[in-house]
Design a protein around this ligand. Structure first.
Ligand code: UD1
Ligand code: CA
Length: 455
C-alpha cells in the first residue's frame, strides 16, 4: 500500500457556532495542538502524501495556523457551505492531480487513529472504489446510518432522511472515507441536493458508486476515534480521551505514573523509560525527558530538556529553554528559563535562574535570583563549574562567576567574580551589646504613656 499515493482532503469550513468562540472551531487545541493538526498528523501517519484543507469561516486565521502545523498543505476556500460533497469539491484542483487514494476527513474529529484510516485505504488497494469508516456510538441519533446488504454497503442515510426502521440501525457513518482517486471527481460531480437539508451530501457517492457496479465497503473504527467536537464540553471529553491514551502509552513504554489521571501531557511530550512522574504534573509543549529522571509532584514544565537521572520539583517551574544536564537538581519553588543547568548542579530552593548557565557541580543557595532584565533588555549570567552561591543572593546580569567562585549569602553581585574568589556584596554586620534591651524598654514606656493619655 505504501506505493499508492494519497491525498487527504480535510473539511474544516464550518463555523462551529456552538463553541461560542472568536476562533475557528478546529483551531481549538487538544494537548496544546489545534484539533485539525491532530487530523493532519493522523493523515500523515496513514500515508497521506498530499494535504488539502478546505476552509471557509475565519480563512485568514486558518491559513496562518495551517502554515505552522502543515506548511506543505494546500488550502482551498469553500465560499458557501452547501454540504460535505460540495466542500470536498472545493479541493477539485488537488484531487485532479491524480492520486491513487483520496482520504476525506473532518477537521473536527481529532481522535481518529491512523490505523482506521489505513484500514480504509487497504480496502481501496484490494479493489474497492469507496471504503467508508463506520462506528457504533452508544446513541446513534444525529449520525448517518450505514445500510448494508449482503456484506456490502449500499447507502448512507442521514438521520433526517431515515425511515423509522433505518433509525434503529446502530452502525453509523463516522464521516471519513477513502475514495479511489480515479473515481472521486466523477462520483462527486453526480451528487445532487435533493434531500431534507437541501445539501450536497458526500455520503451520496455510496449509492452512486453502487449503481455503477463499483465495490463499496464499510470498515469499523472505535467510538472514540470518530468523536466529533461541536462544543467545549466535547472538547474536554476528547482531551480526556487523548490524555488517557497518552498516559497508557507512556506507562507501557516504561514510565511510572503514580497517579496517571493527574498528569497532563502535551502532544509532543517525550519521556524515557524508568522516569518517575509524581501526581499533578503538567507538561506543556516541547518537553523531552531522558530515562531515570524523577519529576516530583506539582511541577509545571514546558519547552524543557531534562537529561537522565535529573531530579525536578516538587513545585518546580521549568520554562522554555531550560536545559538540565545529567543528574542536575531543580527543587521546590524554583523557576528556570532559557538556562543550562550542567551536570550535577543543584538549584534546590526558591530560586529564579533565567538567561544563564550554571556550571557542573555548582550549588545555588536558597532564594538566589539572576536579575536578568532591566525593564528593556535581557542579560546573561554565567556561573562557573563548582561555584557556590550563598542564599538570598542577587546576581545582576550581565555577570560572570568564575569556576569555584564563592558568593557570600545575601550578596548583590554586580561585578564579575574571578575563579576561586570569595565575593561579599553586602553591608558588614554591626552588633551593639545591650542595645536590644534598651530599645525594647523605650518602646514599652512610650506605648504606656500613649495609653494613659487616651484614658
Ligand atoms: C456528517 C455525515 C454523517 C456522519 C457525521 C459524522 C454527511 C452528509 N453526513 O454529518 O453521515 O454521521 O458527519 O460526524 O457527510 N463541512 C464543510 N463544508 C460544508 C459542510 C460541512 O467544510 O459545506 C465540514 C464541517 O465543518 C465538518 C464536516 O464537514 O467538519 C462535517 O459536516 P457536518 O455538517 O458537521 O456534518 P454532519 O451533519 O455532522
Ligand atoms: Ca458534525
Amino acid at each position: 500500500m505504501s506505493q499508492r499515493s494519497c491525498l487527504s482532503v480535510i473539511l474544516a469550513a464550518g463555523e462551529g457556532t456552538r463553541m461560542k468562540s472568536a476562533m475557528p472551531k478546529v483551531l481549538h487545541a487538544i494537548a496544546g495542538l489545534p484539533m485539525v493538526a491532530h487530523v493532519v498528523k493522523a493523515a500523515e501517519a496513514a500515508g497521506a502524501t498530499g494535504l488539502a484543507l478546505v476552509i471557509g469561516h475565519g480563512a485568514d486565521e486558518m491559513r496562518k495556523a495551517v502554515q505552522k502545523f502543515a506548511p506543505k498543505a494546500e488550502t482551498f476556500v469553500q465560499e458557501k457551505r452547501l454540504g460535505t460533497a460540495h466542500a470536498v469539491l472545493a479541493a477539485r484542483e488537488a484531487i485532479a492531480k491524480g492520486y491513487d487514494d483520496i482520504l476525506v476527513m473532518f477537521g473536527d474529529t481529532p481522535l481518529i487513529d491512523a490505523a482506521a484510516l489505513a484500514a480504509a485505504r487497504q480496502k481501496l488497494a484490494e479493489g474497492a472504489a469507496v471504503a467508508v469508516i463506520g462506528f457504533r456510538p452508544p446513541n446513534p441519533t444525529g449520525y448517518g446510518r450505514l445500510i448494508e446488504k449482503g456484506g456490502r454497503l449500499v447507502a448512507i442515510r442521514e438521520e433526517k432522511d431515515c425511515s423509522e426502521a433505518e433509525k434503529k440501525l446502530g452502525f453509523c457513518n463516522a464521516g471519513m472515507m477513502a475514495v479511489a482517486g480515479n473515481q472521486a471527481l466523477r462520483l462527486l460531480d453526480k451528487v445532487g441536493n435533493n434531500n431534507a437539508k437541501g445539501e450536497f451530501y458526500l455520503t451520496d457517492i455510496v449509492e452512486l458508486a453502487g449503481a455503477d457496479g463499483l465495490d463499496v465497503v464499510a470498515t469499523e473504527a472505535s467510538f472514540d476515534s470518530a468523536l466529533g467536537i461541536n462544543n467545549r464540553a466535547e472538547l474536554a471529553e476528547a482531551e480526556a480521551i487523548w490524555q488517557a491514551r497518552q498516559r497508557r502509552e507512556a506507562m507501557l513504554a516504561g514510565v511510572t505514573l503514580i497517579a496517571p489521571e493527574t498528569v497532563y501531557f502535551s502532544h509532543d511530550t517525550e519521556i524515557g523509560a524508568d522516569t518517575i512522574v509524581e501526581p499533578h504534573v503538567w507538561f506543556g509543549p516541547g518537553v523531552k525527558i531522558a530515562s531515570g529522571a524523577k519529576i516530583h509532584a506539582f511541577s509545571h514544565i514546558e519547552g524543557a530538556t531534562i537529561a537522565s537521572n535529573c531530579d525536578v520539583g516538587p513545585f518546580a517551574r521549568l520554562r522554555p529553554g531550560a536545559d538540565l544536564r545529567q543528574k542536575a537538581k531543580v527543587g521546590n519553588f524554583c523557576e528556570v528559563k532559557q538556562a543550562t543547568i550542567e551536570e550535577g548542579a543543584k538549584v534546590n530552593h526558591l530560586t529564579y535562574i533565567g538567561d544563564a548557565r550554571v556550571g557542573a557541580g555548582a550549588n545555588i543557595g536558597a532564594g538566589t535570583i539572576t536579575c536578568n532584565y532591566d525593564g528593556f533588555s535581557k542579560f546573561f549570567t554565567d556561573i562557573g563549574e563548582g561555584a557556590f552561591v550563598g542564599s538570598n543572593s542577587a546576581l545582576v546580569a550581565p555577570v560572570t562567576i568564575g569556576k569555584g567562585g564563592y558568593i557570600a549569602s545575601g550578596s548583590v553581585i554586580t561585578e564579575s567574580v574571578p575563579d576561586d574568589a570569595l565575593a561579599f556584596g553586602r553591608a558588614r554586620q554591626k552588633t551593639l551589646p545591650g542595645k536590644g534591651k534598651e530599645l525594647r524598654e523605650r518602646f514599652a514606656s512610650a506605648a504606656a504613656a500613649k495609653r494613659r493619655a487616651a484614658e
